[in-house]
Design a binder for this molecule. Structure first.
Ligand code: PRP
Ligand code: URA
Length: 209
């Protein structure tokens, strides 16, 4: 069974509460999403492997630690996942970026794929899939299946807000994929929106409604 980590850091909770507010405009929403993604990835990467290196400081030789092991790729689920990419890249600038285009059919709530382009060496990388919303879990589950079908295996999912239904679906479909979230909300409404949630993340991020 995958683990679900909820980041209850005060800075993340404060910023998320502003994002949830319906009066928050596009500019602030976008900035906050990037900031929260950066704070989350700081914690998600806590267990990255390091190795000892010798460094000569202006004073003397010192034994330090540098990142070792697998490199990272960040894969946003389009569109709303795009809003988290720069936050990740601020901390991990050498990460490569893949894209998966999916939208949720408003009638069936089933994900429809329209784009998938991953880094050529993605099978050698740890993959961070990012999307602010985990609602039914259909989009994240399908996206992760596409990534697995291309041979990748070390995958983590980072969402801002999850519904219990989405977490359950992910754990059933992908028990090997750990889930990192800033909030576990109450339930989904009859339109598949997270309650209380923050509304339509893509529309709020890009100002399309
Ligand atoms: C939203 C969100 C997720 C998906 C979550 O995208 O960004 O990708 O819904 O819902 P699910 O867990 O029920 O699949 P949407 O389909 O609205 O597309 P958009 O990002 O292009 O607006
Ligand atoms: N997608 C969103 O953008 N918001 C929700 O609440 C559910 C799915």
């Amino acid at each position: 069974m995958s683990k679900v980590v909820v980041f209850d850091h005060p800075l993340i909770q404060h910023k998320l509460s502003i994002m949830r507010d319906k009066r928050t405009g596009v500019k602030e929403f976008r900035e906050l999403l990037e900031e929260i993604a950066m704070l989350m990835v700081y914690e998600v990467t806590r267990d990255l492997e390091t190795c000892e290196v010798e460094v000569e400081t202006p004073i003397c030789k010192a034994t330090c630690r540098r990142l070792a092991g697998h490199k990272l790729a960040v894969v946003p689920i389009l569109r709303a996942g795009l809003g988290m990419v720069d936050g990740v890249l601020n901390l991990v600038p050498a990460a490569k970026v893949g894209h998966i285009g999916l939208y949720r059919d408003p009638e069936t709530l089933e994900p429809v794929e329209y784009y998938c382009k991953l880094p050529a060496d993605s099978t050698e990388r740890d993959i961070l899939v990012v999307d602010p919303m985990l609602a039914t879990g259909g989009s994240a589950s399908a996206a992760i299946q596409f990534i697995k079908n291309r041979g990748c295996s070390r995958i983590r999912l980072i969402n801002l807000i999850a519904a219990p239904e989405g977490v359950e679906r992910m754990q059933k479909d992908h028990p090997d994929v750990d889930i990192y979230i800033a909030a576990l909300d109450d339930h989904l409404n009859e339109h598949g929106y997270i309650v209380p949630g923050l509304g339509d993340a893509g529309d709020r991020l890009f100002g399309t409604k």
